[in-house]
Design a protein around this ligand. Structure first.
Ligand code: FES
Length: 71
């Protein structure tokens, strides 16, 4: 099922609307990959840890929480 879900960054400073491609319950956190090494892209699978160790980089996922959509 595809639905529009309101989400916000955990720091609470930004809000955005996204089209969910999987069901996410209100309050559930989803980690999106930013290192492009995940085998489960667009989701983080922890591969950034190996990448960071090999390269000295400090990249990690962006973590968002689903919130109840408001009008
Ligand atoms: S695997 Fe890419 S950020 Fe975690």
């Amino acid at each position: 099922m595809t639905e529009t879900t309101g989400v916000k960054l955990l720091n609470g400073e930004q809000k955005m609307e996204m089209k969910a491609t999987k069901e996410v319950k209100v309050g559930e956190r989803v980690s999106f990959c930013r290192c492009w090494k995940s085998a489960k892209h667009p989701y983080c699978d922890g591969s950034h840890n190996k990448y960071n160790k090999e390269t000295g980089d400090h990249v990690g996922p962006i973590v968002v929480a689903a919130v109840q959509a408001t009008e």
